[in-house]
Design a binder for this molecule. Structure first.
Ligand code: SAM
Length: 201
């Protein structure tokens, strides 16, 4: 049984990301000389799918595709389930599960998507993401895994560290988020110099 995580307390805003869309992945794969599976009938797996904001539009666009999303947060999965029911879609399902639990019973997928997860999870889960890509991908399938890279991400990472340091003394996730945002506002308002740092703030 999957455990719970802090996203149960403070759910993530679940949005679509164009760069992860199977149509886009198929075009990129073709440009690299591969022969990707047709997206209209694709089996798509999303790891860390939150409430399905990225996956549900894929299922809606391709009624003959079969989409499975998994996430560790029961609350986000329940929110996504309600959304799917409301839309009446039958080709997409969200499962409350950990990436580390994806096994042979899941079958294989033409597209595996993992957006906004790799950089935030422990090493064992990172290894599991790559393992799922290696084992669950059908022949000619395409996997997309996003991650934050240095040096470009350092500026954001530095601000994240400041927010976490300030917020760590507060007990619950909601207060920590509020306090982190308050620090960000304070930094943005205090910094009057022009430049990349103030623009980012
Ligand atoms: C930063 S959010 C990104 C959500 C979404 N993919 C996006 O890009 O908007 C990270 C997500 O990964 C999920 N997650 C973290 N560890 C996980 C695990 N071991 N198994 C499944 N989901 C996990 C969290 O519950 C959360 O929904």
């Amino acid at each position: 049984m999957a455990e719970s995580n802090s996203y149960d307390e403070v759910p993530y805003e679940s949005h679509p990301y164009a760069q992860t869309h199977p149509s886009r992945l198929a075009v990129v794969a073709r440009l690299f000389g591969l022969d990707p599976p047709p997206v209209e009938t694709a089996r798509v797996l999303e790891l860390g799918a939150a409430a399905g904001g990225n996956l549900v539009p894929v299922a809606e666009a391709f009624p003959r595709a079969r989409c499975v999303g998994i996430d560790l947060s029961a609350r986000q999965v329940a929110d996504g389930d309600a959304f799917i029911k409301q839309l009446g879609l039958t080709n997409v399902e969200l499962r409350h599960a950990s990436i580390t639990d994806v096994d042979d019973a899941y079958g294989t997928f033409d597209y595996v998507i993992c957006h906004g997860v790799f950089s935030w999870v422990p090493t064992a889960v990172r290894d599991a993401i790559l393992d799922v890509c290696a084992k669950r991908l059908a022949p000619n399938g395409v996997a997309y895994v996003s991650y934050n890279t240095y040096p470009g991400w350092h500026m954001r990472g530095m601000i994240r560290d400041m927010m976490r340091y300030h917020a760590m003394r507060f007990p619950d996730a909601k207060t920590r988020v509020g306090q982190a945002r308050a620090l960000l506002d304070f930094l943005a308002q205090s910094n009057r110099q022009e430049g990349a740092y103030s623009a980012l703030l």
